[in-house]
Design a protein around this ligand. Structure first.
Ligand SMILES: C[S@@+](CC[C@H](N)C(=O)[O-])C[C@H]1O[C@@H](n2cnc3c(N)ncnc32)[C@H](O)[C@@H]1O
Length: 151
């Protein structure tokens, strides 16, 4: 069997959905004009917090609307792309009835990436438990999942 590599090319479903993801986000979490104009600066700030200024990262950053917006509009699509590619290449065998526990789930990124990259699992009976210290981000993730999956 040929080795596919850890990050195979992205599945077509993932690409298609990511192309429309900006529109989906705009429905789930519309950005007010003042937040839109501040977005680039907030993305820069969050990027620094998550890397070089990690010791200054506010524990409740996902509860701060400007940083939450930065996460949803920049980091989430990137993470979906990367996690989606990773999941597409893994030799995954998730048994029907399994429970997935996602600690620090944020906007349910893992669940969204699984949905986008492993369509054959969509009809399986799986339970997913996403935990995060941010309540709003979990609710938004749930709305994004509902919108994406039509459930
Ligand atoms: C970098 S984000 C990653 C989110 C998501 N897993 C993803 O891949 O996009 C880390 C998440 O972990 C959450 N988190 C950090 N420490 C936590 C804790 N002690 N208990 C619960 N959630 C936590 C944060 O609120 C944030 O949503």
């Amino acid at each position: 069997m040929a080795f596919k590599g850890l990050f195979p090319p992205p599945p077509i479903d993932l690409i298609r959905e990511l192309e429309g993801f900006g529109r989906l986000l705009a429905e789930v979490m519309p950005l007010r004009a003042k937040h839109r104009s501040a977005l680039a600066g907030q993305i820069r700030a969050l990027s620094a917090y998550l890397t070089i200024d990690r010791d200054q990262l506010p524990p409740d950053y996902m509860n701060q609307p400007p940083l939450l917006s930065a996460y949803l509009h920049y980091f989430l699509p990137w993470n979906l792309y990367r996690q989606g590619r990773l999941l597409a290449g893994l030799d995954l065998h998730i048994k029907p009835g399994s429970q997935i526990v996602d600690l620090g789930a944020g906007p349910l990124t893992f669940l969204l990436a699984l949905w986008l990259s492993r369509p054959h699992l969509r009809g399986e009976e799986l339970r997913y438990l996403g935990l995060d210290r941010g309540e709003t981000v979990l609710k938004l993730g749930r709305r994004i999942f509902r919108q994406l999956s039509g459930q």
